[in-house]
Design a protein around this ligand. Structure first.
Ligand code: ZN
Length: 59
C-alpha cells in the first residue's frame, strides 16, 4: 500500500506532499526534502518519530 506524508503536518506552511511505495521510501524522500527545503542536515530521533506518525495510507 502506497504511503503519503504531508510535510505541512510537521512544518506549518509547507505544501510539499511526499509519496512512496512504502514507509521506508517516504522516510528517505522526506529526509531529502527536509535537507533541501528546510535546511535540516540531520533528522533528530524525535523528529523521525513525528514523521513516522504523520505518514498516512495513500487514499
Ligand atoms: Zn516541507
Amino acid at each position: 500500500m502506497a504511503k503519503v506524508l504531508r510535510c505541512g503536518d510537521l512544518m506549518p506552511g509547507c505544501n510539499a506532499v511526499i509519496e512512496g511505495k512504502d514507509e521506508a521510501e517516504v522516510m528517505a524522500k522526506g529526509a531529502e526534502h527536509a535537507r533541501t527545503a528546510h535546511k535540516m542536515t540531520a533528522i533528530p530521533p524525535e523528529m523521525a518519530a513525528k514523521v513516522r506518525a504523520a505518514i498516512k495510507e495513500k487514499q
